[in-house]
Write a protein that binds this ligand. Structure first.
Ligand code: PLP
Length: 401
């Protein structure tokens, strides 16, 4: 080939934005420019012996799209390059990724520790499902690493955290918690949805497994559900691959293709959205109708120093509570003309939600308070609209309170 000797022939020598456009690309015999959608369930074999060899693992190749598929494989490869992971497996949703990653580490008689401030579904898996399968769980205040140390037992197999947390944007010190996990022979799983791979690299900080809801920033345009699990070849290709193969939380090739195309513009979108989010955080911080405002890289954040250490920027989300509780929060949200009331995040469209009555509704008042979810709290996912319009929209809405 004419580009023999060109150092950029090695995908690992390319910068992130280049990898996100080309990484994992596998062209068919037709030489298509864009990634092809292999929208098929099965694969044919040249001979019976060929089928036997493939099932035995003696010959490479796809067998069935529940286990692997060329389009899904391209998405996995591209994500692994972005994350700096040895291997990845995509799933149908973010929750399928979290459930699979957790299931692979524990069996009856084991113990798991998690930070208590979690996305609703993640907390359900840890708090309700693991005990049903005979796995004891302990939830701790994740802001202080010492709380994880205290919770560890000889049979603790994993620590699960989300940072920044949903919806309160509290942080967990990934490096400190990874050290605690490893000192006790446990693994650290980090749900990195809020920070995105653009602003935080948990594997570099010592985490063993990273999960994403690809539904959020990776698609980023409100179209498709998906998830992905990343880590070492050893962790991913053993139990995690087997659980996906045998229980079937597999992603549709079409959704994997949507995610692949999303990755091409991920840094551009996340950077623009983050820039707007930082401006909105500044605007809200001094607003007279606001009780508290949380944004990881705002000087007022109680964990500002940690944010500076482990995040490249403050992310695309801002959490704030309106003075006057639920009635005031509802009034403000209802007065917005551009920002929509919805519960997705990481979307090109700005979205606001009232966690206490929606995503975290099922929790008791005591649990909500412990997680910092007050009646006046709103979570804003900042989209790709003009930042001046978003600030004007918020200013009008808050004036109505
Ligand atoms: C949305 C989300 C999930 C779940 O992802 P789905 O794709 O909706 O299943 C898990 N963790 C976090 C932090 C999320 O925001």
């Amino acid at each position: 080939m004419s580009h023999a000797g060109n150092p950029l022939s090695d995908p690992k020598k390319r910068k992130a934005q280049t990898m996100l456009v080309h990484g994992g690309m596998e062209r068919s015999q037709h030489g298509e420019t864009s990634e092809a959608i292999f929208f098929n369930s099965g694969f044919v074999y040249p001979t019976s012996a060929g089928a036997e060899a493939r099932f035995k693992g003696d010959e490479p190749g796809h067998i069935y799209s529940r286990f692997s598929n060329p389009t899904v494989e391209m998405f996995q490869q591209r994500m692994a390059l972005l994350e700096g992971a040895e291997a990845a497996r995509a799933t149908a949703t973010g929750m399928a990724a979290v459930t699979t990653a957790v299931m692979a580490q524990v069996r009856a008689g084991d113990h798991a520790v998690a930070a208590r401030a979690l996305f609703g579904g993640c907390r359900f898996v840890i708090e309700d499902y693991l005990p049903r399968w005979g796995v004891d769980t302990t939830l701790v205040d994740g802001r202080d690493p010492a709380n994880f140390e205290k919770a560890m037992r000889p049979n603790t197999k994993l620590i699960f955290v989300e940072t920044p947390t949903n919806p309160t944007l509290e942080l967990v010190d990934i490096e400190a918690v990874a050290k605690i996990a490893h000192a006790h022979g446990a693994l650290l799983i980090v749900d990195n949805v809020f920070a995105t791979a653009i602003w935080q690299k948990p594997l570099e900080l010592g985490a063993d497994i990273v999960t994403y809801s690809a539904t959020k920033h990776i698609d980023g345009q409100g179209r498709a559900m998906g998830g992905i699990i990343l880590g070492s070849k050893e962790l991913i290709e053993a139990d995690i691959h087997t659980i996906i193969r045998q229980t079937g939380p597999s992603i549709s090739p079409f959704n994997a293709w949507v995610m692949l195309k999303g990755l091409e513009t991920l840094p551009l979108r996340v950077k623009a959205m983050t820039e707007s989010a930082a401006k909105i955080a500044d605007f809200l911080a001094d607003h007279p109708k606001i009780e508290t405002m949380r944004y990881p890289l705002h000087k007022s954040h109680p964990q500002y120093e940690l944010a500076k250490r482990q995040m490249g920027a403050g992310s695309t989300l801002v959490a704030f509570s309106v003075k006057g509780g639920k009635a005031a929060a509802f009034k403000a949200a209802d007065a917005l003309a551009v920002i929509a009331i919805s519960n997705n995040l990481g979307d090109a469209k700005s979205i606001i939600s009232h966690p206490s009555t929606t995503t975290h509704q099922r929790f008791s008042d005591a649990d909500k308070l412990e997680m910092g979810i007050t009646e006046g709290l709103l979570r804003l996912s900042v989209g790709l609209e003009d930042a001046e319009d978003l600030i004007a929209d918020l200013a009008f809405a808050l004036d109505q309170v």
